[in-house]
Design a binder for this molecule. Structure first.
Ligand code: SPV
Ligand code: MG
Length: 433
């Protein structure tokens, strides 16, 4: 009987190194490839460019591959224990670095039935990481970008989104990352906030900045980024106009629009009941959602309904009734908002929401109850967290301080100390794509 051979890989880019591994593997027996799923990969780095299905299809068509199965975790243990292969093949590259622990566990697991790990020399002249980085420089397509939010929602316990209001803040959301204990930590997407878009234009957050102006900012951000964008479309305007907005955003490659259930002159939610604001009726807002859903062309675009009941103090029950109705109308997500200093009312909503038979991803914006941690949000069942205004709120005081310093000292020497060096600003944006 022929021997069983197992190879685990992400398979986003297939190059000579991978083919070498497969060639070694097929000399030894029947090859099963475990293709890492999006969620397995999302635990330690960015989502691959190709979906699991696309990567699976490629591996199935490579000579010598008998079967392709999903590998749901970075660890091989589950797949190995169910397959009990005679051999596992992997390049030497994982002897050190983030995967060295996984390697140790593979060796231990194989010992149970006398299996063996074989490690052909890793071909280093072409690394998948380098190829991925090179391809990302070409940017993305509207279609790929739009789909990526749903992929992230499926792959990650919590999708982390940062406010952006121009190309530069888009680049911050795109590029800021930390590597902590082998985990790549970064923002998954961008929030094009009405508050910060308006404020950065010197206008109030009252829908005074019209949709054409918003779209021009959105386009500016999309031009220099690849991550998914969620757009804050206030209350969506008239239903007749909202349907056009849906099409516009969808065409640009925006992944989701969030609309709030308020009518009339719009005021920022963080005013709460201090400003005169009126909530829409459940039936009219549900109607707006379903018209929006009918207007979209793709399957991927998401319309997320934002519930203002806690902001306007109409109560938890009202919020829950609205959530049920909006989901029935076709909402792809529910955003529940609060301006309390503690997360109590949000957590109370989340607890009740967990009991719903039909659920869609839950979105929160912890601007005021900001002590809540991402782990606590995951436990509460939240799927998307939006840090809604922090780049602008941190930039404004810094800029104001600089302006005051120049006035105080009648020169810019003192102000320069808090500024980035000139050498850095002139090279911050690369001159070529
Ligand atoms: C925004 O960022 O514009 C929002 C969130 O709508 S909030 O400001 O909290 O209303
Ligand atoms: Mg807003």
């Amino acid at each position: 009987m022929s021997k069983k051979v197992y190879v685990g890989m992400a398979a986003d880019f297939i190059h000579g190194g991978h083919l070498n591994i497969i060639n070694v593997a097929r000399e030894l027996g029947e090859v099963t490839v475990g293709v890492l799923t999006d969620s397995a990969i999302a635990k330690y780095r960015r989502l691959p460019l190709l979906t699991y299905e696309q990567r699976r299809e490629i591996m199935l068509n490579i000579r010598g591959v008998k079967e392709v199965i999903p590998q749901d975790t970075v660890e091989y243990t589950n797949n190995l224990e169910s397959l009990r292969p005679n051999y596992v093949i992997h390049g030497t590259d994982w002897k050190t670095g983030p995967l060295s622990g996984v390697r140790k566990n593979v060796i231990e697991t194989l010992k149970q039935w006398g299996g063996e790990l074989i490690e052909p020399e890793y071909t280093t002249e072409l690394s998948s990481t380098h190829l991925t980085q090179t391809v990302r420089k070409f940017g993305t397509t509207p279609d790929m970008r739009m789909k990526s939010l749903r992929r992230l929602i499926n792959a990650k316990p919590l999708v982390r989104i940062l406010e952006v209001h121009n190309g530069l803040t888009g680049l911050i959301a795109e590029n800021t990352h930390l590597e902590i204990n082998d985990e790549l930590r970064e923002f998954d997407g961008m929030w094009e906030s009405s508050l910060t878009d308006s404020t950065s234009k010197g206008k109030p957050d009252t829908s005074a900045v019209d949709i054409s102006s918003r779209v021009s900012t959105i386009d500016q951000i999309l031009e220099v980024t690849t991550k998914p964008m969620v757009v804050d479309a206030d209350n969506g305007g008239l239903t007749e106009h909202f349907t056009f907005t849906v099409r516009t955003l969808e065409r640009l490659g925006v992944s989701a629009v969030i609309i709030e259930d308020k009518i009339g002159a719009k005021r920022n939610s963080l005013f709460g009941t201090d400003a005169k604001q009126k909530q829409d009726t459940i039936s009219d807002f549900s109607h707006k959602i379903s018209k929006g859903k009918q207007a979209q062309v793709t399957e991927d675009f998401m319309i997320i309904a934002r519930i203002e009941s806690l902001i306007l103090k109409t109560g938890l029950e009202d919020a829950l009734t609205r959530a049920r109705s909006y989901i029935e109308a076709g909402a792809d997500g529910i955003m529940i908002h609060s301006k309390e200093k503690t997360p109590q009312e949000i957590l109370a909503f989340c607890n009740e929401y967990k009991k719903f038979d039909t659920k869609v991803p839950l979105v929160v914006v912890p601007s005021t109850y900001s002590t809540i941690t991402e782990d606590e949000l995951i436990d509460a069942g939240v799927k998307i967290v939006i840090y809604a205004n922090h780049l602008l709120r941190s930039a404004f005081p810094a800029m104001q301080k600089t302006a005051q310093s120049i006035l105080t000292h009648k020169r810019c020497f003192e102000a320069s100390e808090a500024c980035m060096p000139i050498k850095e600003i002139i090279t911050l944006i690369p001159e070529t794509i």
